[in-house]
Design a protein around this ligand. Structure first.
Ligand SMILES: Nc1ncnc2c1ncn2[C@@H]1O[C@H](COP(=O)(O)OP(=O)(O)OP(=O)(O)O)[C@@H](O)[C@H]1O
Length: 275
């Protein structure tokens, strides 16, 4: 098996821990004759402020379940999960989520979608309009403020969804296969965009993906999960400097790491295909 690589730019232990996942287990079903599914088993993960973590693994290894637990959508069956030392019990604006299917409100313009969370918080119109405009510029959608979701492309919808998720100024941005529905070229462009946006916004990010190259390209640390039961099998620190740029995809370390991860994960992917 591949060696876990410890990079020289591993976030210092002086950087505060933001999310602390300790011995987390999650079981679905098992009542009334159902067979239980152990979605997560003894998962441990520490996420430090400002880190970009990719959660990588084949279908069914519990990535979305873990992201949902960090979001506060669902509780743990065992173990504990904390944000800044306090248990995560419910969804909060300090942790926002970008899903694969955009989840924009179809009856609202881009501007209104981005303002939505700020309006819900009771922020005054001028202030929220100014914040939304800034974020729309950050995701390079200036000029499209008044468009409705059906009037813009999939990639633009996902940019708008990212701006909307950044609007409440969350501690952590949770992204569940956000580029999964996009064509290959748009996906590559958006990967470069999120690398830039997360650096510029200085956000902690937990990014769920099946894509090995996407996981390595974006992350400070790739957390590799294995299925049945879902566990963390390996962590790879990524020594590539920030901001990430397209040419880093041909860096020998990048190419070798993607290949090694593929060799490691291939049997599990093949097994998943056969099921
Ligand atoms: N609400 C639920 N009820 C029952 N089983 C569930 C539920 N949610 C997830 N599971 C099961 O838990 C396991 C982990 O699922 P999860 O969706 O977290 O995996 P994943 O790695 O995100 O997969 P994918 O990449 O396909 O989205 C799977 O076996 C799945 O069928």
């Amino acid at each position: 098996m591949m060696q876990t690589i410890i990079a020289s730019d591993t976030p210092s232990t002086a950087v505060p821990v933001q999310i602390d996942i300790r011995h987390v287990g999650k079981v679905f079903g098992g009542k009334g004759g159902d067979s239980a599914v152990i979605a997560l088993d003894d998962v441990n993960l520490t996420i430090r402020k400002g880190e970009f973590i990719s959660l990588l693994g084949p279908s069914g290894c519990g990535k979305s379940t873990l992201l949902g637990i960090v979001a506060g959508f669902q509780g743990v069956s065992s173990g504990k999960i904390e944000q800044n030392g306090r248990p995560i019990l419910r969804p909060e604006p300090s942790r926002t989520v970008v899903f694969q299917d955009y989840a924009l409100f179809g009856w609202m313009t881009v501007q209104q979608n981005v303002e939505f969370g700020l309006k819900a918080k009771g922020m005054a119109k001028r202030e929220r309009a100014a914040i939304a405009r800034e974020l729309i510029a950050l995701v390079r959608l200036s000029g499209f403020e008044d468009k409705y979701p059906h009037q813009i492309s999939g990639g633009m919808k996902q940019r708008a969804a990212i701006a909307r998720a950044l609007a409440p100024d969350p501690d952590i941005l949770l992204m569940d296969e956000p580029f999964g529905a996009l064509d290959a070229q748009t996906r590559v462009l958006l990967q470069e965009e999120i690398a830039r946006i997360s650096s510029e916004a200085g956000k902690t990010v937990l990014f769920v993906t099946h894509g090995i190259d996407e996981a390595v390209f974006l992350a400070d640390r790739v957390v590799v999960m294995s299925p049945r039961p879902g566990r963390v099998r390996q962590e790879v620190n990524v020594p590539l400097p920030r901001p990430r740029t397209a040419e880093m995809r041909s860096d020998p370390w990048f190419v070798q790491t993607v290949n090694e991860l593929w060799e490691t994960l291939k049997p599990e992917w093949q097994k998943g295909e056969e099921e």
